[in-house]
Design a protein around this ligand. Structure first.
Ligand SMILES: *[C@@H]1O[C@H](CO)[C@@H](O)[C@H](O)[C@H]1NC(C)=O
Ligand SMILES: *[C@@H]1O[C@H](CO)[C@@H](O)[C@H](O)[C@H]1NC(C)=O
Length: 351
């Protein structure tokens, strides 16, 4: 994690974590739960400076093959697809104003941003947001991506859903050998698959209400928390009314204690997946694609969307854009990142 500027002890924190892995793995196996811990604030992405430390993709969707072009920063701003609204929330949206004619090749403008900062073992990431993109053909994701050739550096999917799905799902993507340890996972979500090297990864479905779509928005949004620890990777979700008091009352300079949060929605203990082997430093990524190799697969599309031609592209992307994409936007209160106490003495209130 070389990119957390001005805070040089972070790489050392990772090294320390790696050295102590066998012991912590044993602990994880016997405790069968995530390690509650105190975290100090590292960085806040929020308000008018939200976009400062991210790179805009500026290319077609060449990873999930959705029918979008991810604008560069200048176009994203001038076309009004990335901005900060009057509430101080960062907005990233799919173009809902262009009228796209039928043609051999069609696509819409959208946004993909990648953090310049990287994170790994010893970090905690909080995302507070009030709206996640949804609708037929819409495929949003908040995820982390390891450096190097995919999936060599690993991938953590924190928010990912498609079309009119009623819930969020979590996944890891790795090279072969990393499994979700169902025998040692204290989690509230529902395990869907356990081999993290398969195309869909090892997947846990959220079971709490209002984790995605119209329900998420109507509940006032919520918070997703991701703890990357040598003992495992743990993800929590709370709908707005259930957000823990220590997150609700926190400022950007508050330390956060995870020990009172209860079991996470998704737990990926390192007992059956040595994370130091499968995950390099991770960049944070927001994307919203359309159709592509999950949302656009006809048999999957038709599970939640029943449109005139049963066609993801023809029934959505082609045409005026509104109202089809009126809900295809992120509205983010903040992303806050933290570092575990002990792994980084002396860091506090870096903002
Ligand atoms: C949508 O994108 C895919 C992947 O790039 C492409 O093969 C397909 O032709 C596109 N569909 C249309 C109608 O442009
Ligand atoms: C869980 O435990 C059962 C019984 O001991 C074993 O057969 C199975 O392989 C274990 N699963 C994993 C993922 O370790």
């Amino acid at each position: 994690m070389p990119n957390i500027s001005g805070i040089p002890v972070t790489p050392q924190a990772i090294m320390t974590g790696r050295k102590s892995l066998p012991l912590l793995s044993l602990l994880a196996a016997s405790l069968a739960a995530q390690v509650g811990a105190l975290y100090y604030p590292l960085r806040e992405y929020k308000g008018t400076s939200f976009f400062d430390r991210w790179d805009f993709y500026g290319n077609v969707d060449d990873t999930t093959w959705g029918n979008v072009t991810y604008l560069d920063r200048a176009d994203a701003v001038s076309e009004g697809l990335a901005y900060v609204n009057s509430a101080g929330h960062a907005i990233m949206k799919v173009d809902n104003t262009a009228n796209i004619p039928p043609a051999p090749q069609v696509d819409r403008g959208s946004i993909r941003i990648t953090s310049q900062d990287t994170y790994g073992a010893g970090n905690l990431i909080l995302l507070d947001l009030v709206h996640i993109p949804y609708g037929c053909s819409v495929w949003p994701s908040f995820w982390t991506l390891g450096t190097g050739t995919w999936p060599d550096g690993g991938e953590i999917d924190i928010i990912e859903a498609i079309n009119l799905m009623g819930h969020n799902q979590y996944a890891l993507h790795t090279t072969p050998g990393c499994k979700l340890d169902t025998n040692n996972s204290d989690q509230t979500g529902q395990v869907q698959s356990t081999d993290c090297s398969t195309p869909s990864g090892c997947v846990v479905a959220e079971t709490k209400a209002d984790s995605y779509g119209a329900g998420f928005a109507q509940a006032g949004g919520g918070v997703y928390a991701t703890q990357i620890d040598v003992s495992g990777i743990y993800i929590w979700f709370w709908s707005r009314n259930n957000v823990p008091e220590n997150i609700k009352s926190a400022s950007s300079t508050s330390a956060i204690d995870t020990s009172a949060w209860g079991p996470p929605s998704a737990a990926f203990p390192s007992t059956t997946c040595d994370h130091s082997q499968y995950f390099t430093a991770q960049q944070l990524v927001f994307t919203t694609t359309l159709c592509g190799d999950w949302a656009g697969v006809p048999s999957i599309y038709s599970q939640t969307c029943h449109t005139p031609k049963n066609s993801c592209v023809d029934d959505n992307i082609i045409g005026p854009g509104s109202p089809t994409y009126d809900n295809a936007y992120w509205e983010i209160s903040y992303v806050r990142t933290y570092v575990a106490a002990g792994s980084q003495p002396g860091v506090s209130g870096s903002n």
